[in-house]
Design a protein around this ligand. Structure first.
Ligand SMILES: Cc1cc2nc3c(=O)[nH]c(=O)nc-3n(C[C@H](O)[C@H](O)[C@H](O)COP(=O)(O)OP(=O)(O)OC[C@H]3O[C@@H](n4cnc5c(N)ncnc54)[C@H](O)[C@@H]3O)c2cc1C
Ligand code: HEM
Length: 393
């Protein structure tokens, strides 16, 4: 139980966490990953190396401490954490591991003088309350997945029915359940969790579903990352007929129902969730302004698919921006995306719903440009192909 004294102590430690939150969580991850091999497969080592994951968790803990008296203010953050946790199958039994490592890290980083027994006890109680909140919210998503038509709980075996090369860097994998049953119809923009064992090491990754729901199979489209463990393995070793373990589709970067025109602005492999969103928006009779940025034609995936859709749906306007065009490439603009492009290609920005996704520098730029041309912030949505980070500054 969280007492008024606990609350007061937690609130008093906010400035402390603000100045030292990252050091704390970095230390926390070090303890957890070295001493608890059972949770290691859930965490992506590359995200630890970049510092983004520790920053994301620090932000989560800080927001919580700040809002301990009005947890409803955490609404969107809790939803985002829940989706991420569910996609990687964070389970109730994992919470005590994180809790004990977090408290130990608080003690070791702050020192016994600051992190007194009373401080540790208050944070223990606060963590317990937050853990209960997340465990409850996550269980309702797991239960929803299990009860839905074609749904399931935990991992389900899928066979690679087809591999399709989409560009020099991106290959699609068409996945159908080995049990032959139907699959949960995902909302456009959702992603699955993939569990693999590579060289004896278990790994989990998220991949957006790059085709509209059909109730029968899924398609993921994977960019081969230089030095990437899972993407390298999928590209090099996974053949048609192989079996992969999937966790059910989830996510909150989904097409919101409305009659407004939609702007979809993507770069590189960030195109994947935009494809089912585009199909859904067009099927709903909405105008779609699709802007895609790529280095050049060789790495521009799904151009033919989008062109075919444009033939069927005159309401689809598409624009391609190449930063390093090759001879013969056909683009609507060269270089990086600019304000001028949005002004030219997005009529009535104030009336749009905008969705964007791509590498972080691209996302920072697009977020700023959308604000400049007058797309309302509350109708601008984005997602990260990694831990959530700030796009400002
Ligand atoms: C919601 C969501 C949806 C996604 N959808 C897609 C999608 O549709 N298509 C897609 O291709 N990807 C998608 N991703 C990204 C995907 O989950 C993987 O992150 C991506 O495939 C890279 O994984 P990997 O194992 O190949 O690379 P990793 O092994 O994770 O490495 C990534 C990069 O970090 C470097 N690195 C690795 N370890 C270290 C280290 N210890 N120190 C320093 N650098 C290191 C690697 O060289 C590489 O450049 C999505 C991610 C999320 C969160
Ligand atoms: C109260 C407890 C917890 C809080 C406040 C918390 C908070 C967060 C936050 C803020 C993120 C980032 C979300 C994003 O990037 O969108 C995250 C991601 C994650 N969390 Fe938690 N979490 C908690 C417990 C746990 C537990 C118990 C586990 C399992 C051991 C866990 C595993 C993960 C994983 C695997 C990710 C994704 C990491 C990545 O992208 O590399 N979390 N969590």
């Amino acid at each position: 139980m969280l007492s008024p004294e606990h609350r007061a102590i937690v609130k008093a430690t906010v400035p402390l966490l603000e100045s030292g939150g990252e050091a704390l969580t970095t230390h926390f991850y070090r303890i957890m990953l070295s001493e608890h091999p059972e949770v290691r497969p859930l965490f992506n080592q590359a995200h630890q190396a970049s510092g983004d994951q520790p920053r994301a968790l620090a932000n989560g803990v800080l927001m919580y401490a700040k809002n301990i008296d009005r947890l409803e203010a955490l609404g969107p953050l809790v939803g985002q954490i829940v989706q991420k946790h569910v996609s990687l199958q964070v389970l109730p039994e994992h919470y005590p591991v994180v809790g004990s490592c977090l408290l130990r890290a608080i003690r070791e980083v702050l020192g016994a003088e600051v992190a007194t027994d009373a401080v540790i006890e208050a944070w223990g109680a606060a963590y317990g309350m937050l853990a209960d909140l997340l465990i409850g919210a996550e269980e309702s998503v797991y239960a929803g997945h299990a009860q839905a038509d074609g749904g399931w709980r935990g991992a389900r075996a899928f066979r690679v029915e087809r591999r399709v090369r989409e560009s020099d860097e991106i290959t699609s994998f068409h996945l159908a359940p080995v049990d032959g049953g139907p699959v949960l119809r995902h909302a456009p923009g959702e992603y699955i969790g993939l569990r693999l064992v590579i060289d004896g090491q278990e790994m989990r990754r998220n991949y957006s579903l790059s085709a509209a729901a059909n109730g029968r199979d899924y398609r993921i489209s994977v960019k081969r990352e230089a030095g990437g463990r899972v993407s390298g393995h999928l590209h090099e070793a996974v053949k048609e007929g192989d079996v992969l373990d999937l966790f059910p589709p989830t996510g909150d970067f989904t097409l919101q129902a409305s009659e407004r025109p939609v702007a979809l602005i993507t770069a590189g492999v960030g195109i994947t969730p935009a494809l089912p969103m585009m199909e859904q928006a067009l099927a709903d009779g909405r105008e779609v302004h699709f802007i895609h940025c790529a280095r050049h034609g060789g790495v521009h995936a799904f151009r033919e698919q989008v062109e075919a859709l444009a033939q069927r749906y005159p309401k689809l306007k598409r624009f391609y921006v190449y930063s390093e065009p090759r001879t013969g490439d056909q683009a609507h603009a060269e270089g990086f995306i600019e304000r001028l492009h949005l002004e030219r290609w997005l009529p009535q920005p104030a009336a749009l719903d905008a969705y964007f996704l791509g590498p972080k520098p691209f996302m920072k730029r697009v977020k700023a440009l959308l604000a400049e041309v007058g797309v309302p912030a509350e109708r601008t949505r984005y997602e990260f192909f990694g831990p959530a980070t700030a796009l400002e500054g």
